[in-house]
Design a protein around this ligand. Sequence first.
Ligand code: HEC
Length: 155
Amino acid sequence: MTIKFSASALNQRFSLWPFTCLLFGLFLTTHETLITAQENQTVWDGIYTTEQAERGEKVYQDECTFCHLDDLQGDSFATPLIEDAFTTRWNGSNIADFMTVIQITMPADRPATLSDEAVAEVVAFILQMNEYPAGDQELEADFSVHKEVLFTNPD
Ligand code: HEC
């Protein structure tokens, strides 16, 4: 009796899955569209400070130069972090994802060893090297607040 009951409960749960997923998917899509429509902060809005980029230069030299080189062009393995190869790759992505990728996967030889602050600093430096303007507010170390800040190409 008990077994029969729980088997059918399980069955019911499973049959609802596609519907739940669909609803969730719809929610995400609508949510995303609304956010993009409302907020359009981009890398051109001065999202880091010069001082922060200076600290980031130190982080870069200690942690990244070895593979991405002083001019950020990268070696044959490490991706360029500057110019067209970089801006094309990240165009349309948000800063939160960029920070997360660095925090989780870099430095490639010892990933996830940088603090969130160090990631924010090194990102400020990379932004500066790509000639996105500095502003008067530091890039916050809390990645999640940068979900709506987009990389865009100049008009
Ligand atoms: C030991 C070598 C090494 C070091 C040190 C290193 N990287 Fe990398 N990095 C790589 C390689 C190799 C790739 C390409 C990985 C791939 O294509 O999967 C890469 C890719 C990247 C990418 C592109 C990821 C993507 O998905 O497009 C970014 C951004 C990046 N590195 C940032 C950094 C930063 C910032 C530092 C310093 C904190 C750093 N890396 C240190 C080797 C390194």
